[in-house]
Write a protein that binds this ligand. Sequence first.
Ligand code: CDT
Length: 301
Amino acid sequence: SRLITVAAAQLGPIQRADSRKQVIDRMIALLEKAKAQGATFVVFPELALTTFFPRWYHEDRAEADQWFERSMPGPDTQALFDKAKELGLAMSFGYAELTPEGRHFNSSILVDRGGRIVAKYRKIHLPGHVEFDAERTHQHLEKRYFEPGDLGFPVWEFEGGLFGMAICNDRRWPETYRVMGLQGVEMVVLGYNTPSANSQSPNETAADRLFHHRLSVQAGAYQNSTWVVAVGKAGTEDGHHLFGGTLIAAPDGKIVGEIDHEEDGVLVHPCDLDDTRFGKATIFDFIRHRRVEHYGLITER
Ligand code: CDT
């Protein structure tokens, strides 16, 4: 067996006025909690360091740069890296990345137990819109503040297995998992911020939204025989509710644990990367069973 004890570290709400330092202190407390429960790898949500700022409209885009990190680690995040290293924990978290060239991405990283960044992913499926939309109860301006990721969906050797990353809306797209599945991925880590209300579909309930979340994650896990660790930011941020539902899905698609509250908390589970082998060698042995001659349309449209 190749056991890795993972902590899915859900964050409760982060208000617009909360400082990076306040958030980092909460993340450090979660690292300590995860360590006390035997975890060696801690996964935090998408845009973990701030409120889910794409709900706020800045007419002047430069104003939104306040939500972005210009370096990683940076002055605020260094303490998080130091604590993870001190505790001997690997970790992953999402943040808004502003590159030296002035490019903006919704990014996530893998950090090894020595505090080194060993992998970066930039969100590819950006939901939402570019301009202020008066029809909506809340804005979802990811397409305004970020450009689509330019790094693809690679997998990395990490913690004794093959790891991949995805961010929030990516989990709804089968292509996300399949591209990593074709590279043999054994664990996908995925942070998210998902509003409980769909301002374009008032009849959709929070329960419907959670159903689609679980459906997407479980299907991705099963159809690619991979672990998926899906970690949310939850609760009410300045009057806007994000659902929780932080969960770990096994390579057979079953949920092995799920957080049932909307506060800071960890879900710790021993994941055996060898559990991915059966599915990969049988029903989802891609080399034997895929029929790529019929899939061309997928990359043409
Ligand atoms: N952060 C993120 O990608 N959220 C989206 C909301 C979709 S509604 C515009 C999600 O897919 O969960």
